[in-house]
Design a protein around this ligand. Sequence first.
Ligand SMILES: [Zn+2]
Length: 108
Amino acid sequence: MNIFGSPIMSFMKGKMLKHTPGMLTCLEFEQYIDKYITGKLDKSESRLFDRHVKVCRDCRNYINTYERTITQGKAVFEEKNLDEAVPDAVPSGLVDAVNAVKERNAQL
Ligand SMILES: [Zn+2]
């Protein structure tokens, strides 16, 4: 068992960070994540945020996972858009046929 992942250690770390000037606790850090992702942290907030990421491996892992999830989500979204764009290789007759079906469906 990893002692650093234990609740006691998290608690101790929270206490320690709370008493370190200019340092966020993990709980406070979590509240900044949304702002961080949406780019709404102001200068001093982002400094606090960066500092916490540097010293806290848990939150660093957390933010990495978070960012990866968002990147993957975006990739899926962009892929979907690509599917909707018509590749050059599609014969124009087929495109016309598909459009005709679309128009007919729209009229129904
Ligand atoms: Zn943390």
